[in-house]
Ligand binder design. Structure first.
Ligand code: ZN
Length: 505
């Protein structure tokens, strides 16, 4: 459901069924990309998806994935053909029940429905397929699908969908999902949203059913298969919670539980700061073999490495923070990644202060001092990092400093009002950095161009740590000047968290 096309086009169903025969129409192929300035081929044009029904079978032996995805969509223009993003081998395609011809071409599945499609027409697209996802590489030779000793991880950003279901793979086209996966009995299959139960099949396989009822971006839809301990409960707020722990966590298992089991508490804390939690379920998954963590909608997935030095609630605060910043309010284009990573990183500072391990100001001071002025760190612009640096450390650390600079400039009351206004106004949609700046200016009543220019769009180390001037003046008056900020108690865990999150490049 893109925001653009939420207004329903009034098309009589009879008209919608009419084919092009005999009429001269300005029908054209749908664009092969959604118009992302960093990744022009991501997503597609010409239609808008409202729902994915993903119904698969997965055999961990041999990494064999097969099944059918049914897509409900609406055409946004007259179409002669249109694309889905998909890399696996396709067996058949139907559009509105009629077989459609298709060609797989470098990650684009090009469909030509008989007679074309009219603007406003409802589309039911059924794609059947079978392949070995870990053996499938994109044009860069990359395979985000991870085969594990006991199953697989379909988790990745900015891309993962093409390795397990056909889609319009760009965050601007969110949809609801049913993920329905059959695996051999005794194997677990975990995905987003509410768990609707499992059914035993007669062939010795079990089918797991997960449902996401709020708009969800394609890259935030995940599948994890393997041997897991699953903990189901109800949060104090009344939401279903599902946490899952790989049976291969080894000595990190308890530290992972001591962190992820606090998801509801951390969600509640963040709600007080940034507004109501937007989704219908909560949870977290811990697993080896991932290398990072990802904010999959309602159910983030964490590599076991985050817990190798004991419990780490900072990575949980980061990923839970993304539920507002990234998942509910998603990037308009990947250039807007600061809206995700700068804010999720700032949630760690707020959590640090909340649990008494260093104030947000102390964390900001320490982060500012960490990178010398001649470090390449200061050459990456969080507001426009470039396609090669979307997950650079600067997007996280300088990004969080930019958020703190805003807080210092407008004061706490306006700052938290800005965050709450932002998450409410942009709920379930997409946004640009420029739109955030506009909301910050409107709510605060201040002109903030210079501040954001300095922190997001100017190379080089800004002259002062945000908010420190007052402190330094006070400490100079009190005695010998402090040249470097003391390390907050939270820093070691925050550092470990960021090393893992932004080291995956
Ligand atoms: Zn993040």
């Amino acid at each position: 459901m893109s925001i653009r096309s939420k207004a329903t086009t009034a098309v009589a169903s009879a008209a919608a069924m009419t084919l092009f025969a005999g009429t001269a129409l300005a029908a054209s192929p749908g664009a092969p990309g959604a118009g992302d300035s960093y990744f022009p081929k991501y997503g597609n044009g010409g239609y808008d998806v409202s729902h994915y029904d993903i119904r698969l079978n997965y055999n961990p032996t041999g990494d064999q994935l097969s099944g059918t995805t049914t897509i409900l969509a609406k055409a946004t223009q007259d179409l002669t053909q249109f694309n889905l993003d998909f890399l696996l081998k396709v067996k058949s395609v139907r559009v509105n029940n009629a077989p459609a011809s298709f060609v797989s071409d470098g990650g684009e599945l090009v469909l030509t429905p008989k007679g074309g499609v009219r603007k406003g027409q409802d589309l039911t697209i059924v794609v059947s397929y079978a392949d070995t996802p870990s053996a499938v590489k994109d044009s860069n030779g990359i395979t985000p699908w991870t085969k594990t000793p006991d199953g697989a991880l379909a988790i990745g950003e900015p891309e993962i969908a093409s390795w397990w279901y056909p889609s319009n793979d760009h965050p601007t086209d969110k949809a609801t999902f049913d993920v329905n996966v059959a695996v051999p009995n005794g194997v677990e299959a975990i995905s987003n949203g509410v768990f609707l139960g499992q059914t035993r099949q007669i062939n010795g396989w079990t089918r797991w059913h997960w449902r996401s009822t709020k708009p969800q971006a394609t890259y935030l839809t995940f599948l994890t298969i393997g041997q897991f301990e699953i903990r189901q409960s109800t949060t104090p707020s009344g939401q279903p919670s599902v946490n899952a722990y790989s049976e291969r966590l080894g000595e990190n298992a308890d530290a992972a539980k001591a962190s992820i089991e606090r998801t509801a508490e951390i969600t509640e804390f963040l709600e007080q700061n940034v507004g109501p939690y937007p989704f219908e379920a909560q949870g977290g998954v811990a697993t080896p073999n991932l290398g990072y963590a990802l904010e999959n909608q309602t159910r983030s997935v964490y590599d076991t490495a985050f817990f190798r030095r004991g419990a780490n609630t900072y990575v949980v605060a980061h990923e839970v923070g993304h539920q507002w910043f990234g998942d509910s309010v998603s990037v308009h284009g990947w250039r807007d990644i600061w809206l995700n990573e700068g804010f999720a990183s700032y949630m760690e500072f707020l959590w640090s202060e909340h649990i008494g391990e260093g104030t947000a100001q102390e964390n900001a001071d320490y982060t500012y001092d960490l990178y010398p002025a001649d470090s390449p760190f200061w050459q990456i612009l969080p507001g426009d990092p470039g396609p090669a640096n979307v997950f650079d450390g600067a997007v996280y650390d300088r990004g969080a400093l930019a958020v703190h600079a805003l807080r210092v400039a407008v004061g706490d009351e306006k700052f938290f009002e800005i965050l709450k206004t932002w998450t409410a106004e942009k709920k379930f949609s997409n946004a640009t950095v420029e739109e955030f700046i506009a909301v910050a200016e409107r709510v605060s009543g201040q002109q903030l161009d210079q501040l954001f220019q300095t922190w997001l769009f100017t190379k080089g180390k800004p002259a002062e740590a945000p908010g420190r001037a007052g402190e330094v003046a006070a400490s100079l008056a009190a005695g010998p000047a402090v040249t470097k900020a003391a390390e907050p108690k939270s820093r070691a865990k925050i550092q470990l968290t960021h090393e893992l999150l932004d080291a995956h490049k």
